[in-house]
Design a binder for this molecule. Structure first.
Ligand SMILES: [Zn+2]
Length: 411
């Protein structure tokens, strides 16, 4: 009896030590993510029985039924579709308006006077997490962040103090005098410098870009027009020249007719934002100069949808941006933002075109070749959705798994 007990204990101890050794065999740095299918956004092909091998924060293997090394931890997701993490080409993560406070201008004044950089960054902590949960692993954040609060949030995310998407930030937007504010009294106008760098003349434009570079910007945002207040083509050309010298792309806000878009296209910016009313002439110039259109369409407006069709026809590439900055009651910023993709079906884009405009196109616009696709050498920014986005793009609204930089944030 006694011998049997000792034998049993020895067997148990042996099994336990074996199990511990086996567990130690699994490297925390090696992960295999498996799923029923995956979309290669570059080719538009569907890969079944998908396996993505990850080592530390990079993808080391992608394919169907790949052999999984014994040392890899397996994350078996089952009947889902793997996609590269979404990239929102136009966000404002340190900026939130509330309809109860009135229109844009009333909100703008309240935000400027009541939220300094610290409070803005804290707001951004929540909104960044909400974006990541919805499947956005990178964002291009374009101003309205007070003075360099976007830099603080970006750096906190990069050093893992805060969970959020990789942020590519502009610091304050360069703008005509008055920024995007409407009527502000002369006594209060000095406050506008919290929100915009107001420029007048080419040397002020040059100085503003150099300041943004010094502050740590990843891109430059320029407000070509605020209503009828416009920058000139000479000013934007200098902005582009200075930004290019530092390898930074230039995002140009242009609305109200064709004039501001034409100024931006002539000056050779990297992307034109909004451009709700844009002519064939400007679209042709954008195609020729490889300038991206970043539409920020929330819902179906016939004339906006029609401009997307004209842009596609002209050969202009599209990187989709949400530009969400109002609070939607009961929904997170991520949930609201990810709802935008289905809008583009009615604008004549196919599902794969939408997926590209949500991944590889913004990656190229940002100028980072480690994001935007599930390919060997890229960052392990992987999401999963139920269903197949090639047949139903709205499945992007239900992201069930998020990995960023090799780390799982949602499962
Ligand atoms: Zn915007």
């Amino acid at each position: 009896m006694k011998i049997t007990t000792i034998t049993a204990k020895l067997i148990l101890a042996f099994c336990l030590s074996f199990a511990i050794v086996r567990a130690q065999d699994k490297s925390p740095d090696r992960i295999a993510v498996t799923a029923k299918r995956m979309i290669d956004v570059r080719t538009g092909k569907e890969i079944t029985d998908a396996v993505i091998l990850v080592e530390k924060n990079r993808i080391t293997g992608v394919g169907s039924n790949l052999r999984i090394p014994d040392s890899a931890q397996i994350i078996a997701l089952g009947d889902v579709t793997l996609l590269p993490g979404l990239i929102d080409a136009h966000t404002h993560l340190l900026h939130q308006y509330y309809s109860k406070y009135g229109d844009d201008n009333s909100n703008r004044i309240l935000e400027m006077t009541q939220l300094g950089p610290a409070k803005r960054a804290m707001l951004g902590v929540r909104l960044a997490r909400e974006m990541l949960d919805a499947g956005f692993t990178s964002v291009r954040d374009l101003g309205n962040s007070s003075v360099n609060a976007d830099i603080a949030l970006r750096d906190a995310i990069n050093s893992n103090d805060v969970a959020g998407p990789r942020m590519f930030v502009s610091t304050r937007a360069l703008s005509p005098v008055g920024g995007q504010f409407q009527s502000v009294t002369p006594e209060a106008q000095h406050l506008l410098n919290q929100e915009y760098v107001q420029i007048s003349g080419t040397e002020e434009a040059r100085r503003a870009v150099r300041q943004a570079i010094y502050d740590g910007a990843d891109c430059i945002k320029v407000i070509v027009n605020s209503g009828s207040r416009r920058l000139s083509v000479e000013e934007i050309k200098v902005i582009v020249e200075e930004a290019k010298r530092a390898n930074l792309p230039v995002a140009a806000h242009a609305t109200d007719g064709d004039g501001p878009s034409m100024i931006a296209a002539e000056a050779g910016v990297s992307s034109i934002e909004h451009a709700y009313t844009i002519s064939e002439t400007v679209l042709a110039l954008m195609a020729k100069k490889n300038i991206f259109l970043v539409p920020t369409d929330a819902a179906g407006v016939a004339k906006y949808q029609e401009r997307i069709k004209r842009a596609l026809k002209a050969g202009v590439r599209i990187a989709i941006g949400s530009d969400i900055y109002y609070e939607f009651s009961g929904m997170t910023r991520g949930q609201v933002s990810v709802g935008m993709y289905k809008t583009y079906l009615a604008s004549g884009m196919t599902s794969i075109e939408i997926l590209r405009a949500a991944t590889i196109n913004p990656a190229e616009l940002i100028g980072n070749n480690s994001i935007g696709s599930l390919e060997v050498g890229r960052f392990a920014d992987i999401i999963a959705v139920k269903g197949n986005p090639l047949t139903d793009i709205s499945v992007l609204e239900g992201v069930v798994f998020v990995m960023k930089d090799g780390k799982v944030y949602k499962k």
